[in-house]
Design a protein around this ligand. Structure first.
Ligand code: PMP
Length: 422
């Protein structure tokens, strides 16, 4: 490698072909604050990507940053595996008093590793241990992570098939609305579960997102989620809600499933739970299901105390309902704007999807969402696509973004649409 090579070329030469965002966002970023980022050429960008949901509180949140600086200044323990530390204890206390107790929720908290996939993996494994059953049901277009277990319940052929991930321990069922309006996907699920004559064995668990974030912003209805919970109860199946992307306020409430009034047996969380973008994950376990033996499921990076410090501070946002209300009103602003945009461009057959600050436009015409994301990037807006065919342009800013920032980003979307398609 030539030492004088420009940075982007270094990535081209050295980084594995597996990378993807590097291609979508051809810039080298050096600085980030709130909802904005800057690259090496001092270009400024508005962030409508938020680290795929890991930055709900924005980049370098000042209060969290100060807590981290103080902690480091005092030589706080940074890594501790699962030893007891004050930072972890403080996080747990606040998680109980701000999140669980006011919602009358009883869960044990497990730290399964640094990532969302680790949380999913732990939930699948525990469900199998608790029920003594082996199969798990996931849904079409679901995304649950990249390790082999999580991948088996991820309804995405491209991600799964190349690795030959077997489906014999996972079954994919149609998600809400996937079969079209006339056929109810849960009728389908129930007939599958009752098909004992064909030798169908009951699964250990059903895992679902409340909105499929990677799968195309497909929203599960409240009634659908409630009936899914009932089906699980009636059949002794554990319900796992993967709130890795929709949790921590993305759809307007701390847990996305609160809005449906359901109580999953196991809940997976990660991404923004670490507050500052630091790796952290949680698995919430209904207390009577916590049958792990000590040391049965462990790993090195379960004790990231810097993440606990930032995460404790992040929970302050949930001490009252001001933050939740602000997400709701910003979500309405986005929704109005996107609906107007779709009306302005009927030829694009766009459909507005989502809730809270997880919204987007699904385009019927192939390649449209990708072209739009490229165009907005050239104007200083970072936005990603989602959906199996990248058919959705996804708007997912930090939840802390102010209305001016939101409007500025949306204006770029509008301008780019006009330039591209008029
Ligand atoms: N579940 C969901 C719903 C996700 O959106 C993601 C990440 N996009 C994961 C699991 C995996 O999380 P991680 O990338 O942190 O392993």
């Amino acid at each position: 490698m030539n030492p004088e090579q420009p940075l982007l070329q270094v990535f081209e030469t050295m980084e594995s072909e597996v990378r993807s965002y590097c291609r979508s966002f051809p810039a080298v970023f050096v600085k980030a604050k709130g909802y904005r980022l800057w690259d090496t050429a001092q270009n400024e960008y508005i962030d409508f990507f938020a680290g795929a949901g890991a930055l709900n509180y924005g980049h370098n949140h000042p209060a969290m940053k100060q807590k981290l600086i103080d902690y480091l200044q005092n030589d706080g323990v940074t890594h501790s595996l699962d030893m007891a530390t004050e930072a972890k204890e403080r996080f747990l206390r606040r998680f109980w008093s701000v999140i669980l107790e006011p919602r009358k929720m009883e869960y044990k908290v497990m730290f399964p590793g640094p990532t969302g996939t680790n949380s999913v993996e732990s939930a699948l494994k525990l469900a199998r241990k608790v029920t003594g059953r082996t199969t798990v049901i996931g849904f079409t277009n679901a995304f649950h992570g990249m390790t082999l277990g999580a991948l088996a319940v991820t309804g995405n052929t491209f991600k799964r098939q190349g690795a030959g991930v077997p489906l014999h321990h996972a079954v994919s069922m149609p998600y809400d609305g996937y079969l079209g309006k006339d056929i109810d996907s849960l009728d389908y699920l129930e007939s599958y579960l009752n098909d004992s004559g064909s030798g169908v064995s009951k699964p250990a668990a059903i895992i679902t997102e409340t909105i499929q974030g990677e799968g195309g912003i497909n929203v599960a209805g409240v009634k659908w989620l409630q009936r899914l919970e009932r089906i699980c109860k009636d059949n002794g199946i554990l319900l796992i809600v993967d709130d890795v992307q929709m949790g921590c306020g993305r759809t307007g409430t701390f847990f996305s499933f609160e809005q449906a009034g359901i109580r999953p047996d196991l809940v997976c969380m990660s991404k923004s739970i670490g507050g500052y973008g630091l790796p952290m994950a949680l698995t919430l376990i209904r207390p009577e299901l916590d049958i792990w033996q000590p040391g049965e499921h462990n790993g090195t990076f379960r004790g990231n105390n810097l993440a606990f410090v930032a995460a404790e501070e992040a929970l302050r946002y949930w001490e009252n309902d001001i933050f939740a209300k602000s997400i709701e009103s910003k979500g309405m602003l986005v929704n109005r704007f996107l609906n107007e945009l779709v009306r302005l461009h009927p030829e694009l057959q766009g459909e507005v999807r989502g809730k809270g600050l997880m919204q987007g436009i699904a385009f019927a015409i192939p390649g449209m969402a990708e072209r739009l994301c490229k165009a907005v990037f050239a104007k200083g807006l970072i936005m990603e696509t989602s959906g199996t065919d990248s058919e959705v342009a996804k708007i997912m800013p930090p939840l802390t973004i102010d209305e001016d920032g939101l409007r500025a980003g949306l204006h770029i979307v509008k301008e780019s649409m006009r330039e591209l398609y008029e």
